[in-house]
Design a protein around this ligand. Sequence first.
Ligand SMILES: [Zn+2]
Ligand SMILES: [Zn+2]
Length: 245
Amino acid sequence: MKITSEAIGNFYPFAKQVYLHEMKWKDAIDHAEAAGWLNRSSAHNIVQNYRMMREGKGYNRTLNVEATLELIRLIGDDLGKEAFTLAISAARQHIVYYADQPNGRYQQTLSEKLTELESSYEIAQFGTDYPDEISGQSRLFEGAKKAVVVNSYERNPTARRKCIEHYGRVCTVCDFRFFAKYGKLGEKFIHVHHEKDLAEVGEEYGVDPINDLKPVCPNCHAMLHQKRPAYTIEELKEIIASVAT
Ligand SMILES: [Zn+2]
Ligand SMILES: [Zn+2]
């Protein structure tokens, strides 16, 4: 199975949660396979390489060039410049490791592409707060595995990027614009809320970044999660309207 950037985007939050000890390796790999994103050995390699990239250490499991670059971009989008630099360094160390292997072309291509990525990539910081940090109790209420899985939809950097590209960085509930208030500092900041009910979501569900995700400001995001299942965006708008009149 070829590893696509979409598959990496879907799987990214799982690799991250394994790294943070929030999910077991086996659960992450089972999920990747059940959802049809990756075969087990690719999922295993990504979890392993993700860990090494976060720590800036050379890894020895080879991923194709595109997949490697996508993983590095996702780390940059998710965690910022320092993490991006560590991930690049891990990939460079991998090339050194790979120097002993027969395929010199891979080594050459990856090296060139890393240099290109370093000079062209602009960190897209979408905000690093997630609803489970706003309301740390979600896991007590829902089946633990399911809650972690659903949570990962709001953490999927590819889906977040598509959602924000579509709607812009404007709160869907209250119209707050970070740029208008904070200027350049707030230019790239926004939360993304996953609107679909846990009950509607099955194992094979793939997030639809435009229908299921909406950009929201952190205040509205926290208010949406004041009940379970969350208030809908419409309900919260009505609440705001009823207070204002
Ligand atoms: Zn808002
Ligand atoms: Zn949310």
